[in-house]
Design a protein around this ligand. Structure first.
Ligand code: 3PG
Length: 206
């Protein structure tokens, strides 16, 4: 389970308005070399889109993002997804996330929040919003005191700065919307998404 994301250093964070776009989106990402996706619960049809991916893209490591409530945890589990991502932790959400068997990447923004998440059983967390709270410097600074916690920065990550993060020993992946933005998905610009995915994977390999 903890190795789930080991082959996916770049995780596109997507908002899908039309479930009919979900499979073409995943195929474009996979042509570009990306095999993991975080579909956020930010759109009305998100669960339908996730269900489509689960059904038709069996090789895609499927995450649900913007998980905010215990109910979000339950409906995400029902889709058969592989991992859950939240932008932060509240007491009720934490309890629901502790109860799931899925890999959970809870959002943290400070060392204290990272420690609380670790204490709650989560050693892989998301740093959000990474660019706004200190970026790669923050993650680098917390490695010495808390080497057992590793981070997936999202928020402000781009192809131009992703390796500042991926070069750190306590970063297991980076996430972001730049690879497959809502506008590109709605425009069904699969070529652009494939290219963004390929550029990101090429950068990650350098
Ligand atoms: C997230 O949901 O993780 C962030 O909103 C992604 O931020 P970005 O749009 O800067 O990539």
């Amino acid at each position: 389970m903890s190795d789930l994301l080991s082959k996916s250093p770049v995780i596109p964070v997507v908002a899908i308005d039309n479930p009919a776009h979900a499979v073409a989106l995943c195929e474009a990402l996979q042509r570009g070399g990306i095999n993991a996706i975080e579909v956020t619960l930010r759109t009305e049809k998100a669960i339908e889109a996730i269900t489509e991916i689960k059904k038709h893209c069996p090789k895609m490591i499927l995450g649900v993002g913007t998980v905010l409530t215990p109910d979000d945890v339950l409906r995400s589990e029902d889709t058969g997804s592989d991992f859950l991502v939240s932008p932060g932790l509240s007491p009720k959400l934490q309890a629901a996330l502790q109860a799931t068997e899925l890999l959970v990447l809870p959002g943290t923004a400070t060392p204290s929040e990272a420690l609380s998440a670790y204490e709650a059983g989560f050693d892989k967390v998301k740093l959000f919003p990474a660019g706004a709270v200190g970026g790669a410097n923050l993650i680098k600074s917390v490695y010495a005191p808390m080497p057992n916690i590793s981070f997936m920065p999202t928020g402000g990550v781009r192809v131009s700065n992703m390796n500042d993060y991926l070069s750190l020993p306590n970063v297991y992946a980076v996430g972001g919307t730049w690879i497959a933005s809502q506008a590109l998905i709605n425009a069904q610009d699969w070529d652009a998404i494939e290219k963004n995915a390929k550029d990101a994977m090429d950068m990650a390999a350098t």
